[in-house]
Design a protein around this ligand. Sequence first.
Ligand SMILES: Nc1[nH]c(=O)nc2c1ncn2[C@H]1C[C@H](O)[C@@H](COP(=O)(O)OP(=O)(O)OP(=O)(O)O)O1
Length: 223
Amino acid sequence: MGSFTIASKKVLTLVLVIDKTEQKILLGYKKRGFGAHLWNGFGGKVEPGETTREGALRELEEEAGITVKSEDFNKAGILLFQFENDPVALETHVYKTYKYQGQIRECEEMRPQWFTFTDIPYDQMWEDDRIWLPMVLNGQDPFYGRVYLKRKPVEDIKEDEAPVVNTSTSTHANHSTTMTETSFTTSQPKSGPFVLWDYQIEHSLQGVPREVALDGTIASFES
Ligand SMILES: Nc1[nH]c(=O)nc2c1ncn2[C@H]1C[C@H](O)[C@@H](COP(=O)(O)OP(=O)(O)OP(=O)(O)O)O1
């Protein structure tokens, strides 16, 4: 059994642009980098001297070409992504907005596209998204989620596999959670192949989490 011990963390952002009236969400097809070939929210690393909020707004403008007024930009929660035998956890600050300014445009990293809530391409997204994204769409935030991902053994990956194939659901013997086994193409060396191993999500928290401690607990809440 591999380790999920955390030694350090990287701070990332993930922005969800939602059209409540039309029941649609704006996702971006990641063309390169971490999570390439998957549909995801907009975001990336927070730069030195930047708050997570500033970083999230900057990435949204860089990747989708749009801006959001501060009063329309709300933090939905934090997701702590942990990868087996990788001591670096990804503390991902998730923001949501129902309003934006500007013209949505494609960039060299992301191709934005609207999806109706009933048509979200979960089979071409990080496997954890089908767990927590519906919670955001249903207004079950603020939340804090711990997500444990395992790398799929290389020998199980076929050269000609499509980006996402053979999705099947099984229940881990020692866990009550349901996992989905998904295969990714070998042309995704960084984004995958990862499979969701386990997760814990807390919602209806006393406040919006601001930071996570290295033992995986919420260190502080936004004031
Ligand atoms: N398991 C997961 N589920 C998910 O939905 N999003 C995840 C995820 N793991 C990482 N992400 C998101 C967080 C963040 O928005 C993005 C990774 O951002 P990165 O900045 O690391 O990407 P890049 O390698 O392209 O670097 P940049 O040059 O900063 O854009 O993927």
